[in-house]
Design a protein around this ligand. Structure first.
Ligand code: CUA
Length: 339
């Protein structure tokens, strides 16, 4: 009997340890909602701390009352005296009146101090909009008013209110950058908006927060907040067509890209590749990751990705193209030149 209980206790302790490890790992990552990097997220995390503190106080009161009841279980009436009427009064006050006051206060507080200040900007009132479309499984990013199209990396100028216009080209996704603001669902046939701003330059990781198929877990993106001049230079480069190949190998690589299946799915602006199934690759070499933050964008990973994408992202729409080793090297040399 005792041994069975000890085993159960050990099991429970192990479970708590696993949960704690995951929770702490989450804190160490770049996606901690309680490490706000914008005024908006600051308000949300303050609300979280208020609610968490309140919940712990409520929990302590309930546990305290339960303990008192247990200690005095053999006596009639309340521990501190008083009969049925006093007990009814306690239930009405603690069970109805106090929650009503707390919830009403929270409702008013969150509406005035959180909901309004974190809401999406009214169209036309911000300096810039960024159009983000969810795709199985990457993010297409456009900058309205420019020719810039990219994927999974959203550059923004620091300390600027950005109106993110979210849509989806297939199923429901959800756009969330936990350190910057709240999240929005991307729903087929609809346009939702969210305000994104960062107080300091930095890279803020975001996730798809709605299950959207096999590779939902590999649908991340990052917001890169940078100084205005840096952002302007980045955007000007993104808006340009792709750089022409300069070496013989790059030229052969471009030929492979345009004649094998690549061009059917990808766009490289300035060439005959106009596909719209996968990400725009006009400036693919300027991005730091591949496959929506699944693998780093290095020569080695790019080669292995093109050779067999399914080994990294099973179910992704990109098939293996069965290129020869030489063709692979050439295509990688070409793509690596697209800064
Ligand atoms: Cu897209 Cu989950």
């Amino acid at each position: 009997m005792l041994r069975a209980w000890m085993a159960r206790l050990r099991g429970a302790a192990g479970f708590v340890l696993v949960i704690a490890t995951f929770a702490l790992a989450g804190c160490a990552d770049k996606q901690n909602t309680l490490a706000p990097a914008s005024k908006q997220e600051g308000k949300i995390s303050t609300l979280w701390w208020i609610m968490m503190t309140g919940a712990w106080i409520g929990f302590a009161v309930v546990v305290g009352l339960l303990t008192l009841g247990w200690v005095h279980r053999k006596r009639e009436g309340l521990p501190w005296g008083g009969g049925e009427r006093a007990a009814t009064a306690i239930v009405i006050v603690l069970g109805t009146a106090v929650p009503l006051v707390i919830l009403s206060t929270l409702f008013v507080y969150s509406d005035i101090f959180v909901v309004r200040s974190t809401a999406a900007p009214i169209p036309g009132t911000t300096a810039r909009s960024v159009a983000v479309a969810g795709r199985q499984w990457f993010w297409q990013v456009r900058y309205p008013g420019t020719k810039a199209v990219t994927a999974n990396e959203i550059h923004i100028p620091v300390r600027t209110r950005i109106n993110v216009i979210g849509t989806t080209d297939d199923v429901i996704h959800s756009f969330w950058v936990p350190r910057l603001n709240r999240k929005i669902d991307l729903i087929p046939g609809r346009q939702n908006r969210v305000l994104v701003a960062a107080d300091r330059p930095g890279v803020y990781r975001g996730e798809c927060a709605e299950f959207c198929g096999l590779q939902h877990a590999h649908m991340s993106m990052q917001v890169v907040a940078e100084l205005r001049a840096q952002f302007a230079a980045w955007l000007a480069n993104m808006a340009k067509p792709a750089r022409a190949p300069t070496s013989a190998e790059e030229r052969r690589g471009q030929h492979v890209f345009l004649t094998k299946a690549c061009a059917g799915c990808h766009t490289i602006r300035g060439t005959n590749a106009h596909g719209n199934i996968g990400p725009d690759l006009t400036h693919v070499a300027s991005r730091s990751t591949l496959a929506a933050l699944t693998i780093p964008n290095t020569r080695d990973y790019l080669l292995r990705w093109i050779h067999d994408p399914q080994q990294f992202k099973q179910g992704a729409k990109m098939p293996s193209l069965h290129l020869t080793d030489t063709e692979l090297d050439e295509v990688v040399a070409y793509l690596e030149s697209l800064k």
